[in-house]
Write a protein that binds this ligand. Structure first.
Ligand code: AMP
Length: 225
């Protein structure tokens, strides 16, 4: 079977991170989150990190050149291995076009683009309660997906933290950016006939299951029950 090279689109808080991670585990292809790459770079420090942090803390997008640069580095280091699932990239038409060129030069065409559709009210509810593990990145929610022990990751024992950019103000700002810019990316892939929409409203696990079904897979939770 050929490699899966997938782009996962959806508004911040749509559950695309969770769905992308599940899909990545099931298909055994790396999950690549540019947001996570930036947070990692910020933890390590350095000049690029400082610039990126300024934008991220305000809920704004990091400039395209910086973003495309870290994606190019990733592709050259690991792009050939087993395919990929990009989560949170591309977010602008310029990024999508630059990505297209990077992939064409390396003969790594995309195999699918998924869009997780979720309403704004649902997104606010989800993001404002969101917690993530400092160590492994696993996601929780203060009321909906509680860890067994408060403040502690079920999976690795790491500390659960609220992301600094998960405030109502930055969430609204991020949604505005999404509406303005990422919708162009959606239309771009739609024109290429690569886009598949998944209704992500309602229970998160259901969206994950719909995504799994698209790839002929069964989700972890469905297998367990
Ligand atoms: P995320 O974890 O995907 O929600 O990303 C967190 C933040 O990182 C975003 O609000 C942006 O500031 C920045 N970021 C992540 N991916 C991109 C991208 N593709 N283009 C520009 N900024 C990005």
């Amino acid at each position: 079977m050929g490699h899966h090279r997938i782009v996962f689109l959806g508004p911040p808080g749509s559950g695309k991170g969770t769905a992308a991670m599940e899909l990545s585990a099931a298909l055994q292809v790396p999950h690549v989150s540019t947001g996570e790459m930036f947070r990692e770079a910020i933890r390590r420090g350095g000049p690029l990190a400082e610039t990126a942090k300024g934008f991220i803390d305000k809920g704004q997008l990091v400039p395209d050149e910086i973003t495309v640069q870290i994606v190019r580095l990733w592709l050259d280091e690991r792009g050939r291995e087993r395919g990929f699932i990009f989560d949170g990239f591309p977010r602008t038409l310029a990024q999508a076009e630059a990505f297209e060129r990077l992939l064409a030069e390396r003969n790594l065409p995309l195999t699918a683009v998924l869009l997780l559709d979720v309403s704004e009210e649902e997104i606010l509810e989800r993001i404002l309660g969101r917690l993530s593990c400092e160590k492994c990145g696993a996601l929780y929610h203060v009321t909906r997906v509680r860890p067994k022990l408060e403040g502690v990751c079920d999976k690795c024992g790491g500390k659960l933290i609220k992301r600094a950019d998960d405030t109502e103000e930055t969430v609204r700002e991020r949604l505005r950016w999404y509406e303005q810019l990422t919708m162009d990316v959606v239309r771009y892939y739609e024109r290429q006939g690569l886009l598949t929409r998944v209704d992500g409203n309602g229970i998160k696990d259901h969206a994950v299951e719909k995504v799994m079904v698209l790839f002929g897979l069964v989700s972890r939770r469905a297998r367990a029950s």
